[in-house]
Design a protein around this ligand. Structure first.
Ligand SMILES: *Cc1c(COP(=O)(O)O)cnc(C)c1O
Length: 235
């Protein structure tokens, strides 16, 4: 058994155990493999080991790898997206996790209409208000959702995405996860045909345990599956 397969099995067991201890079914938490810097061969290996959803954070990497990954899989865009690049991925990804402005949602809406599709999106919330990260504040989230629902008929808002600040001690980030979960529960009450909250995307290699305990339904894991990233290596 290869290292990727072993890592995936271990993480699936771990996430299921944590979910069950928190009173939820393991199947309620999706393990997404984050495949930035990884080769199409590595991605195929992960899919063979049971991965159904992969996340890339750069448009260029989606375009480079899309035709070279031979197994069927759902592609997600999880990194910052510039409006001028939406057109390149609109027909490739099943969900965009990083929507943090009306302008970006409007561009997604326009491109989705051209392709006669409805694009699933998540709103990226920056609960810690870190300068270095994208996403909108907790206070702005509800209004952005209402504006998108009113102005963007070709998008469906499926939940929230959050990247916690890095902390050696993951307990330190629990309050952020909890705050985003509260916001998620509030926004899920909005009644609109294009609001279908199903995904609370939070938790990465070092903090997914705490994220699941606080209600995450999608964990985005790269390093723990594939090892440390080497950004100098060409895919
Ligand atoms: C890289 C990345 C991840 C995965 O991070 P790891 O620490 O490698 O698990 C998750 N989410 C986003 C948005 C990322 O860019």
């Amino acid at each position: 058994m290869g290292a990727i397969q072993e890592n995936i099995q271990r993480i699936v067991e771990e996430k299921n155990k944590i979910a069950e201890a928190a009173g939820r079914a393991g199947s309620e938490v999706l393990l997404m493999a984050v495949t930035k810097t990884r080769t199409p061969e590595e991605i195929d290996e992960a899919i063979d080991a049971g991965i159904t959803d992969i996340g890339e954070n750069k448009v260029q990497e989606v375009m480079d790898k899309f035709d070279r990954v031979t197994r069927p899989v759902r592609w997600h865009l999880i990194g910052h997206l510039q409006t001028n690049k939406v057109k390149y991925i609109i027909d490739k990804v099943c969900m965009i996790h990083s929507v943090d402005s009306l302008k970006l949602a409007q561009e997604i809406d326009k491109r989705a209409a051209q392709h006669q599709l409805t694009m699933d999106i998540l709103i990226q919330v920056n609960a810690a208000q870190e300068e270095s990260k994208f996403g909108i504040t907790v206070d702005e989230t509800r209004q952005l959702i209402l504006d998108i629902l009113e102005q963007c008929p070709n998008v469906r808002i499926c939940g929230l995405m959050h990247i916690a600040p890095f902390a050696e001690e993951t307990e330190e980030v629990r309050p952020y996860f909890r705050q985003v979960k509260e916001l998620y529960d509030q926004c899920a009450q909005i009644s609109h045909p294009h609001l279908e909250f199903r995904y609370l995307s939070m938790g990465m290699s070092h903090d997914f345990g705490v994220a699941i305990e606080e209600g995450s339904t999608v964990i985005r894991v790269g390093t723990s599956i594939f090892g440390e990233r080497d950004y100098s290596k060409k895919q």
